[in-house]
Write a protein that binds this ligand. Structure first.
Ligand code: CBY
Length: 427
């Protein structure tokens, strides 16, 4: 191919690499950094006992540029997690992202055995889809984390597989009829990494690049369709951070007019003092976006935060003691085909899980249940011995007054007279 034929290619390449590629990033200004302190305190003070949230927390603190002494201990904890054999693919991906984040490349090379394990776990996800009607072992949020980590840390993945499995119409982007913003956002980050690396290595057929670009554009549209016009949240308060990251890396002239970043940012900032991000994992998932960072910055040292934080570590504020003399009563139902109901009396301030435990005491046959600890707190795995199963997309859905709740059983605080339900459902 003569030089004249290469010119258009070079032009395309340069164009796509121009840093001024329209990108909407709004972030908290330096003078407002103190508003983020509650998030950082939550993360630094957390005891990382649940699931493997340590990786999420480390990733977030490193992106924010925080170099506190306690990160040493945290890093060790994440390293230990990385050696556990029973990690899901997405958990391992998070460990890799966290350990590699904002480190020089020599340090990252140390973790290459983890990357090859992730390649295996990703293939197991794909095999499971072949055997079980397109359902992965975990979910598409985790498959997206897998692709993101493989893409950022020199793992192997096939563009054909990505094209096959990440088509935006795939059912795994939905829970029931509802588009999962968390999942879509993570997929946009992963696909954007894939797209950028195709451009960089020029290892692309124009057709593949076009497909990936189309997927990204379509997923962004679906995310923006879930934006709340009044407050700017995308999905709900817990999906908004990662949705913002996805919009930062993918925004173009088209959606610039559809997203008012500042409105979203303001709503999130108002939620911090109200305690919406009291869980370390929730704090970890919102912080990068508030500082204008994305998970795509992890292997770009200069994009990591510079850490000019004025850290004033506060002891965690004790939870308001509720007077034990105040009791409330709620209606509790388990629904499979039949419904099983009871009235339960619990102290004011109790959470959904407390109600379930009380009901179990009243009638073990109808209300017995099991749960596992996850990084988002307890997750109900079975009721009356009937187990959730990702191969057939069944789970136990939590509802209040017939509407799904947006917190897990360990955090959802119940109110007097409320109608709580645990319903056998498909997603
Ligand atoms: N993380 C994961 O693998 C989870 C991915 C995620 C998209 C996640 C939300 C987003 C995130 N940031 O982590 C997700 N939930 C999934 C995939 C699922 C499905 C899990 C099964 C599977 N195959 O992996 C499923 C069954 C659809 C699901 N979540 C159920 C529920 C309900 C749990 C009820 C129970 N049995 O205990 C519940 C409570 C919704 C309901 N009303 O029934 C629920 N999820 C909620 C509320 C949430 C949010 C938690 C918010 C909070 N403050 O507690 C969530 C952040 C999250 C965790 N789910 Co799901 C979504 C949101 O509201 N924005 C990767 C891993 C490495 O950590």
């Amino acid at each position: 191919m003569g030089p004249s034929h290469q010119l258009p290619l070079v032009g395309l390449l340069l164009f796509s690499l121009i840093p001024g590629q329209p990108c909407t990033i709004c972030e908290v200004s330096n003078e407002n950094y103190s508003r983020l302190n509650p998030l950082i305190n939550t993360m630094i003070n957390s005891k990382y006992t649940r699931g493997i949230q340590a990786a999420n927390v480390l990733l977030s603190l490193r992106l924010a540029g925080i170099q506190d002494q306690s990160l040493g201990q945290l890093t060790q904890e994440v390293r230990d997690d990385g050696e556990k054999k029973d990690l899901t693919s997405g958990q391992l991906a998070l460990v890799i992202l966290a350990l590699g984040a904002c480190q020089n490349s020599v340090e990252s090379v140390t973790y290459f055995h983890l990357v090859s394990q992730l390649e295996k776990k990703f293939q197991e996800e794909i095999e499971n889809m072949g055997l079980h009607d397109g359902n992965p072992l975990t979910n598409y949020y985790q498959l997206s984390l897998d692709v993101l980590a493989l893409c950022l840390f020199n793992g192997t993945y096939s563009i054909d597989e990505i094209k096959k499995y990440f088509a935006p119409e795939n059912k795994n982007f939905y829970f029931g009829a509802q588009f999962s913003v968390d999942t879509g956002a993570m997929a946009v980050l992963a696909l954007t990494c894939v797209k950028r690396s195709m451009i960089k290595t020029q290892n692309k057929s124009g057709e593949d690049l076009q497909s990936i670009s189309n997927y990204i554009e379509s997923l962004v549209k679906k995310m923006l369709a879930e934006k709340n016009k009044e407050n700017g949240l995308i999905g709900n308060i817990y999906s908004t951070g990662e949705a913002m990251q996805a919009l930062f890396v993918s925004s173009n002239h088209d959606n610039k007019n559809e997203w008012n970043c500042q409105q979203t940012l303001n709503t999130v900032l108002e939620e911090i003092p109200k305690g919406a991000f009291r869980m370390p994992i929730a704090a970890a998932q919102i912080l990068p976006a508030l500082m204008g960072k994305t998970y795509l910055d992890v292997n770009n040292h200069s994009s990591c935060g510079s850490g000019h934080f004025n850290l004033s570590i506060q002891e965690p504020t004790p939870v308001e003691p509720t007077s034990p003399s105040t009791w409330i009563s709620v209606h509790y139902t388990v629904k499979i085909n039949k419904t099983y109901s009871t009235e339960v009396t619990v102290p004011k301030g109790s959470v959904f899980l407390d109600v379930m435990k009380e009901a179990q005491k009243i009638d073990k046959a109808a209300f017995r249940f099991t749960y596992v600890e996850t990084s988002w707190g307890p997750y109900i795995t079975s009721v009356q011995g009937l187990k959730e199963n990702s191969n057939d997309r069944t789970y136990w859905q939590l509802l209040s007054g017939g509407t799904p709740v947006s917190q897990g059983v360990g955090n959802y605080v119940v109110h007097n007279g409320e109608n709580l339900e645990v319903r056998w459902s498909k997603y």
